[in-house]
Each structure stands twice: as C-alpha cells, then as structure tokens.
Write a protein that binds this ligand. Structure first.
Ligand code: IPM
Ligand code: MN
Length: 362
C-alpha cells in the first residue's frame, strides 16, 4: 500500500476558493499527526473552468481526480452562468457529472445541534432543548436528477419533462449502506418517500421492507416527504438516520442544515462502493458574499474532517479538528453568518476563522 495519500482540490466558484484556503491550512497543520504523506493537486471546476477551458469539467480535472485517493470540493455555480443551457451549467455540467463518473451513489449529510449556536436556529427553544443528531443519507446518482428529460413542442403545446426511475439494484445498495450506518448509531431508520402517489416510491418502500429482514435489530419507519418536512421542524429529536431518494434528499438535507443554525456549518461526503469519496460543503457557492473574506469556512473544514475519517481512516484526527471548531465557537468567535449581535461575540473574517481553528488543533 502506498505511503502517499493524494487529494484532488477543486475550489470552484463563489466562496469556494476562500473557504478552501482555510481547509488547506488545516491539512498542513495535521500532516504531522498522520502516518501517510498527504499531497495535494488543485484543479479547475465549475464556472471558473468554463472561463478557462470552455468546459465546467475539463479533462485535466477529471484525470486529476482519477489519479487521486479522495476529492475535496468547494462549490460550483453562480448567476454568471445561469443563462447557459442546463447541461453546460456548472451544477449539471460538473458536479452531477463528477458524481456519476465516480459512481458516488451514497451521500452523507450529518446535522447535529451546536448548543452554542442554538439562538441562530429558527426552531423554538423548547424544541431545541431535546437536541438532535441526524444523518441524512441521500441516494445521489439516480432518480429524477438523471432520468430522461427535455423540452419539446411549440406554442401552447410546448412542454417539459423530467423522469424519475429507480432500479432495484440502486435501492438495494443504498438501503444496505443505511442499515449498516444505523447499526453503528441508534438503530433507527426513517425512509422518506411519496408512496401514496409515486411508483418509484412504492418500489423503494417494498425493497426497504425486504432488506430490513436482514437487519432485525434496526427499526425501520416510513414517512411521506410532506409529513417529514413538517416533523423535522416539530420534533427533530425523533430522527436518527434519514434515508432518501435523490430529490427528497436534496430538499430535506437543506432543512436538516438550517435547523442547526447555519447552512455554513454543514459538511457532506459522497462515496462509491469502494469508499472512494468526494467531500464538499452542503451550502453552495454563496456568490453574494464571495471574495469579501466574510464566508464561514466551517462546512469546508468539516468536509475535510469527513475525508480524514472516511477516506484516510484517521478518525482521531478528524475528532481533533471538530474539537478545535467547538473550542473556537465556545470562545465566542463568529463569522458574520453566525452573528447575533451580542456583546460577547467576536466577529472575524474567513481567514482569521481558519487560522484560529488551525492553531487550536492539539
Ligand atoms: C446539493 C446541491 C446540488 C444538488 C446542486 C448544486 C446540483 O444543491 O449538493 O445539494 O442538487 O445535488
Ligand atoms: Mn441541495
């Protein structure tokens, strides 16, 4: 086994480059604790790659990722590219392609409650008092995101369509992942669907029930998506593992993020069957605040922590990083998005947040 661990760094658009810079500081700091020598190579992706290569996912980037052991991504997209046809836009033309290319069918989005940031959560105190620790598992390369689509016809007959298709093998493989993760947690899965309307959901539910027979100690529950979004704000503490098809997972993972207080804190990890992974913040490119040195780098740093845990298998080091983040938040340091204008808090820049977290890693 090689003693070198190669990370492909894809900063991307919007706040991507500035928050990525902070993650790299952390990476340099932790090298001394890690057995393998980490090397990084940076590649263009998204809108910036359209500018440079007329392609949101240039061949050099894809080949660079193929040669790597893991990918750390910033974010892609922005209003500058919104006029382009869907398949040329950074979102579909790079991120969705990358997920499909590496067969990254598992997407993990953990969302836990930071006591210190509870005031930022839109939820009432009496709901937050019970706390929550949820992991949203989203099927990432199937369903309506990847089914046949198009726009056809003219005049009043002009019409558009997107198609949701799920095959048995796609549902089975994500179900096994969810049950195995549930076994290591509180042994509870809530599977989200719309089985009162959609055929794909009926199949999804049927296969989940079948697979659950192999995991007798895990309690499987089903919830319609409309009820789930409601339950999540009424009583988030009832959830442990939430398992979703692609589109429902996109929606519900943002909801899981916002109830923690800030979408700037939430990381995500995507894997294939070999646990090759792409790690990225769940929050997006935030073009309105890009380049101002005010963005919150925590989601990017936590995405790196996930990479260290799942791809490098250095769980202790990832805990060190999480502890450093908690320490800095406990001391009252906040980026602007985490501010509540209270006299005890110290509003700092993206750069300073990165440096403070880096210096607190012990
Ligand atoms: C996400 C994002 C993406 C998605 C977009 C940028 C294509 O919203 O990762 O949640 O919908 O999957
Ligand atoms: Mn999303």
């Amino acid at each position: 086994m090689s003693n070198i661990f190669k990370i492909a760094i894809l900063p991307g658009d919007g706040i991507g480059p500035e928050v990525m810079k902070q993650a790299i500081k952390i990476l340099e700091r932790i090298q001394k604790y890690i057995k393998k020598k980490i090397t990084i190579n940076t590649y263009c992706i998204g809108g910036i790659a359209i500018k440079k290569y007329s392609d949101p996912l240039p061949r050099v980037t894809l080949e660079g990722c193929e040669k790597s052991d893991a990918i750390l991504l910033g974010s892609v997209g922005g209003p500058e590219w919104d006029h382009l046809p869907l398949h040329k836009r950074p979102e579909k033309g790079s991120l969705l392609k990358l997920r499909k290319h590496f067969n990254l069918f598992v997407n993990l989005r953990p969302s836990f409650f930071y006591k210190n940031l509870s005031i930022l959560s839109p939820l009432k105190e009496k709901i937050l008092n019970k706390g929550f620790d949820i992991i949203c598992i989203r099927e990432l390369i199937g369903g309506i995101y990847y089914g046949p689509n198009g726009i056809k016809g003219k005049g009043i007959n002009e019409h558009a369509f997107d198609t949701e298709i799920y095959s048995r093998f796609e549902i089975e493989r994500i179900a096994h992942i969810a049950f195995n993760i549930a076994l290591k947690r509180n042994k509870k899965i809530c599977s989200i669907d719309k089985a009162n309307v959609l055929q794909t959901s009926i199949l999804w539910r049927k296969i989940l029930i079948e697979i659950s027979q192999k995991y007798k100690s895990v309690k499987l529950k089903h919830m319609y998506i409309d009820n789930a979004v409601m339950q999540l704000i009424k009583n988030p503490s009832q959830f442990d593992v939430i398992l979703c098809p692609n589109l429902f997972g996109d929606i519900i993972s943002d909801q899981c993020a916002v109830i923690t207080g800030s979408i700037g804190n939430l990381p995500s990890a995507s894997f294939n069957q070999n646990y090759f992974g792409l790690y990225e913040p769940a929050g997006g490119s935030a073009p309105d605040i890009a380049g101002k040195n005010i963005a919150n780098p925590i989601a990017q740093i936590l995405s790196l922590a996930m990479l260290i845990e799942y791809s490098l298998k250095e769980r202790k080091i990832s805990v060190k990083i999480k502890n450093a983040i908690h320490k800095i938040l406990n001391l009252g340091y906040r980026t602007k998005d985490l501010s509540i204008n209270n006299s005890k808090e110290k509003i700092i820049t993206t750069d300073d947040m990165g440096t403070l977290i880096m210096e607190s890693i012990k």
